[in-house]
Design a binder for this molecule. Sequence first.
Ligand code: NDP
Length: 238
Amino acid sequence: MSRLCVVVGGSRGIGQAVASLLAEKSQRVVVVSRNLDAARAAAASLPGADHIGLNCDVSSEQDVQRTFEQILRECGNVDYLINAAGISRDALLARTRPEDMMSILHTNLLGTMLTCRASLRSMLQNRGGAIVNIGSVVGLKGNVGQTVYSASKAGLQGFTLSLAKEVAPRNIRVNLVAPGLIRTDMTAALDEDELKRAVPLGRFGEPRDVAHAVHFLLETPYVTGQVLLVDGGLRLAS
Ligand code: NDP
C-alpha cells in the first residue's frame, strides 16, 4: 500500500536520502524545503510519479499551516512525517548572537513541533501514522561550540518521547533518529580526516545510512518512543 510521506528538509542531505529511499519503496513523497525550485527538483528526481515539491519555512507558523493545508487539499492525507529540516550555527556560546539562537531553536525545535501538530489532524482522522524526527548524537552527549544546537536536539528528544506517549492510544508512532557525523552540506566545512578518528567505525556516515534507520522506524509497527543512534559508535567513544 502506498503511503503519503511528507519529508521536511527533503531537498538535500539526509532528507533527500530519506525521500529517495521511500520513493524506491513505492511511497508517494512530498518534499518540503524553503527553496521551492530545490524542493520541486528533488521531487522530480525521485523514482515514480506523483511526487511533489513545496516551499515552507518551518520556523513560520503561518507557512507550516499553509503548507499542510495544501498537502491535505492536494494529497488527501498524511501517513508518514519525517522532520529532517535543520540548521547549525556553530560558535562558542559567548560568541553566539541571540538572533542565531532564535533561528536554531525556531527551525530545529519549534519547526518540528509545528509540523507534527499540523500532521496530527490527518493522522488522528486516519487512526494511524508514523513520525520520525531527526535529532543528533550531540543532543545526548553535548559538544563544544554547539550549545544551542545541542539544546535544540535534546529538546527534540523530550518532545518525541512525550508525543509518542500522547498519541500511542491513537495508533500513531513517534520516534527519533540521532545521527552522528554524516556527509552533507551541513558538515562540508569540517575536517573529515581529523574528525573521523573519533568515530569507532572510522568514517563519516552517508545520508543513506540514516535513511535506512528512518525507514525501519516508519515501517516497524510495534516500535514507538525510541531514540535510534546512527553514529558509527560516536556516542560510545565519548
Ligand atoms: P542539510 O543542510 O544538508 O539539509 C538541510 C535541509 O533542511 C535542506 O533540505 C534545507 O532546505 C532544509 N531546511 C533548512 N532550514 C529549513 C527551514 N527553516 N524550513 C524548511 N526547510 C529547511 O542538512 P543535513 O541533511 O545534514 O541535516 C538534516 C538533519 O539532520 C538536520 O536536522 C540536522 O541537524 C541533522 N543532523 C545532521 C548531521 C550531519 O552530520 N549532517 C548530524 C546530526 C544531525 P532549504 O535550505 O531549501 O530550506
